[in-house]
Design a protein around this ligand. Structure first.
Ligand code: PEP
Ligand code: MG
Length: 320
């Protein structure tokens, strides 16, 4: 079956009831982007640019970054590439930034909050991103957004730099939905963003107040917790009608019961590890999205926990 799945992995995947669900890939660098293209990914849904910074003793300069972003774009043929701006802080640190040690780094200066402290560093990254071609295939994603004003500030900075570089075009700019505040304000974010992408790893951690790295909590920190599902439902509804597509780039995108539930809630792009692309596309082709959506709504009306929901989803997916 795996060989048959791989053969059709390069074709777009539609559900049984005709919805196109894009399956893109999460990558850390150019090698993985090539692997993603080879595996049939419909684009890159998340390139974690912090890995370029973590692999070095100092921040990569503008031209080094530009070359890597350009190569990632070239690796993907005609497909879109979402590059996430530097997401440092919490579990990911850079010695050369010397961020002050704080008692609770997961709630500290991380992601887009770094802009206030390290504008210079992020300017270099934005200039490097603006220097790639073609700009219309490049999408820039902002991590750890909690309110629309943060995205507006990045867009203004991007505009200023693009004007300095005499550029006509602008890349699409999107926000990650990975803290409850962003999900609760998704309708506002959708007014100022070109796309939204749900980061289920952090959204689950921050919603449930369960550290994503804590092995004792690993079994309970589940995206299928009804509170997390409600936030994702709000995100999809908040973006609906605003021409602001909603994707998913956390680990849930590669977890069969989770992605099926989130597609049923209306997510239309999944970003997974390159090696999962073929299997996820095959699962999409077997899924009747509308039927699962109806079933899911009835389950979510009950007092259901994530363990029970997972079991029911597993059984439903086997039977349908
Ligand atoms: C997430 O939080 O779900 C996400 C995709 O970002 P990261 O795992 O890099 O924090
Ligand atoms: Mg995250």
């Amino acid at each position: 079956r795996a060989a048959a799945e791989r053969r059709v992995a390069h074709e777009p995947a539609h559900t049984q009831d005709g919805a196109l669900i894009e399956v893109r890939a999460n990558v850390a660098g150019v090698e993985e982007a090539r692997a993603a293209h080879g595996a049939g990914a419909d684009g890159i849904g998340l390139m974690r640019s912090e890995f370029l910074f973590m692999a070095r003793k100092q921040a990569p300069d503008q031209d080094t970054q530009r070359q890597i972003y350009q190569q990632a774009l070239e690796a993907m043929g005609d497909h879109p590439v979402i590059i996430r701006m530097l997401d440092i802080g919490a579990d990911k640190q850079l010695d050369y930034l010397a961020l002050p040690a704080v008692p609770n780094p997961a709630l500290g200066t991380r992601g887009v909050r770094l802009m206030a402290r390290h504008q210079d560093l992020l300017d270099v990254q934005l200039r490097a991103l603006l220097a790639v071609t073609p700009l219309d295939r490049l999408h820039i994603m902002v991590p750890m957004v909690t309110e629309a004003a943060e995205l507006v500030a990045v867009r203004e900075r991007l505009d200023t730099l693009a004007q300095e570089m005499n550029l006509e075009g602008r890349p699409a700019l999107g926000a990650m939905i990975e803290v409850p505040a962003a999900a609760l304000c998704a309708d506002q974010l959708a007014r100022v963003a070109d796309f939204l992408s749900i980061g289920t790893n952090d959204l689950t951690q921050y919603t449930l107040a369960m550290d994503r790295e804590d092995p004792d909590l690993a079994g309970r920190a589940d995206v299928l917790h009804p509170a997390v599902l409600r936030l994702i439902d709000m995100t999809v509804k908040g973006a609906a009608g605003r021409q602001c597509p909603v994707g998913l780039c956390g680990a849930a995108a590669g977890d069969q019961q989770a992605w099926a539930a989130l597609v049923a809630l209306g997510v239309e792009e999944l970003s997974v590890e390159p090696a999962r692309v073929a299997a996820v596309k095959a699962g999409i082709r077997r899924l009747d999205r509308a039927a699962l959506a109806r079933q899911l709504r009835t389950w979510l009306d009950e007092a259901i926990d994530s363990v029970t929901l997972r079991q029911r989803l597993e059984q439903w997916l086997q039977e349908h």
